[in-house]
Ligand binder design. Structure first.
Ligand code: NAG
Ligand code: NAG
Length: 462
């Protein structure tokens, strides 16, 4: 009797400890030491998806993930874009403007066509409505990006093969675009991806579709490494339980739009304020509209005065400096530049720190260039864009359930450890199918000497 009672007590204690350990172990990105060992997953009913990312800001200009879609299943590479909703893939319908050889395009089959009367067609055209001559028409779409690139095609619903972080495999039929007319006005070549993964909060996005099927929470996050690579997740299992700086999202926005921000330099106010900022992983660089851009230029020119830096022309970006010797890394110039920060004024103490790595690149020519660009030049009016360069080395979380955006500094080269929630057997197929669980992803090498201002950015005609 005595023994049994003790046993029972012990068991309860163990359960408690295991649950506690699970919390510690499931949120390693928040700087807690990762917990090893298999334990019970906490009472999360909906799942999460984790994708390793490849790419870099320079010289490649984008970050991407691989997704397996269609019947027969094929792997396609998608540019990750929090600035737009619709996911699309280059499509053999046949295609004009596609950058991939015909045999590598998604094959359009009649049975996957979405009809015009279907709610997902409505979602793609929201807030407008699709133009249907008859309800059984195919559902056409067109997306335009702020860099004036566009994709036109037809909406399809096909299987996307996904592994949840708990080890379960799912292949829901999701709607996405089969794009057969692509335009890229330049001056830079389009990214070498097969399509775009729209991670916006609109109804047309894969995230919204998974959420409406009750498969994941309406939350996404990304962690883009300054050394290249990183990861993206859908669902909230990987959101750290502490240490995240949260800021409310601006309401009624169709993008991930911040509340007004003030720019700080070296911790001090600069007078540059009321910036409305869109978080856009589809943009390589950060864009400030002309007056703010001019302000930033003036501040940095003052900052650079007296330092061993001279203005130089570099094909990579408009504003560059050279040193006495070629620079190799941004860390070589770190002492010459101050840390900028965006302070979100109505949100207590929410600051997004922008150290030199978050706004400078070192080019192939060994010069240092400013990765903040003139947004007015690409037609941005009322808002500014925070692009990949300024989102690096942080986990950035877009919580559409609580309408907030959060960030936390972390090492994005290390995938969050998930071994707390499932055992090796379950982990293995997941690891195999995505080729993950290496400690480091090698930075993607540029396939050629290319760089871009931006590519797949905000959709719509603002
Ligand atoms: C994983 O999560 C999904 C979605 O919550 C659930 O349906 C499935 O049963 C879970 N699988 C395992 C192996 O726990
Ligand atoms: C930004 O671009 C606009 C439009 O091209 C131009 O009028 C303005 O002078 C530029 N601002 C700066 C500071 O270069």
């Amino acid at each position: 009797m005595d023994t049994m009672a003790k046993k029972a007590t012990l068991s309860v204690t163990m359960v408690f400890m295991i649950l506690f350990a699970t919390f510690q172990g499931c949120f390693p990105a928040a700087s807690q030491p990762p917990n090893k060992g298999n334990s019970i997953q906490s009472a999360v009913t909906r799942g999460s998806l984790l994708f390793p990312v490849t790419g870099n800001v320079y010289p490649l200009g984008y970050y991407s993930v691989s997704l397996t879609i269609g019947n027969p299943p094929r792997v396609f590479e998608f540019d990750i874009d929090t600035g737009s909703d619709l996911t699309w893939v280059q499509c053999d319908a046949p295609c004009t403007g596609c950058t991939k050889p015909k045999e590598n395009l998604y094959k359009l089959q009649k049975q996957v066509l979405v009809q015009c009367k279907h709610p997902s067609c409505e979602a793609v055209h929201s807030p407008g409505s699709p133009h249907c001559e008859t309800p059984t028409d195919q559902c056409d779409f067109e997306v335009e990006y702020v860099d004036h690139g566009s994709a036109l095609g037809v909406l399809v619903a096909d299987n996307i093969f996904l592994s949840l972080t708990n080890g379960s495999k799912i292949s829901p039929r999701l709607s996405f675009g089969c794009a057969y007319d692509l335009k890229n006005p330049g001056p830079y070549p389009p990214p070498s991806t097969d399509g775009v993964l729209g991670l916006g909060s609109g109804k047309a996005s894969i995230l919204s579709q998974l959420h409406s099927m009750d498969l994941t929470r309406n939350v996404i996050g990304h962690c883009l490494s300054g050394e290249g690579g990183g990861y993206v997740f859908l669902g909230d299992d990987l959101v750290p339980s502490s240490g995240v700086v949260w800021m409310p999202m601006s309401s009624d926005a169709k993008h991930y739009l911040s509340i007004p921000a003030e720019l700080l330099l070296g911790g001090k106010p600069t007078g540059i304020k009321d910036l409305k900022i869109v978080f856009d992983s589809g943009s390589s660089y950060t864009y400030f509209s002309s007056q703010f851009y001019e302000g930033v230029l003036n501040l940095l020119r003052k900052d650079v005065k007296g330092k061993p830096l001279n203005v130089v022309n570099d094909p990579a970006l408009p504003i560059c400096w050279k040193g006495r010797e070629r620079f190799k890394l941004v860390s070589d110039v770190k002492n010459y530049f101050s840390t900028l920060a965006l302070s979100f004024t109505h949100s207590k103490n929410a600051q997004l720190q922008l150290p030199p790595e978050a706004y400078l690149i070192v080019t192939e020519n060994g010069n240092v260039c400013l990765g903040i660009l003139n947004g007015t030049e690409i037609g941005l009016k009322n808002f500014n864009i925070i692009g990949d360069i300024s989102l690096q080395n942080k986990m950035v979380i877009y919580d559409n359930e609580k309408n907030q955006i959060g960030w936390i500094s972390t090492n994005c080269n290390r995938l969050p450890k998930l071994d707390c929630s499932y055992n090796e057997d379950v982990l293995q197929p997941y690891a195999a199918s995505f080729g993950i669980l290496e400690e480091h992803f090698p930075a993607t090498e540029a396939s050629g000497k290319r760089n871009k201002f931006s590519k797949r950015e905000l959709q719509g005609k603002e």
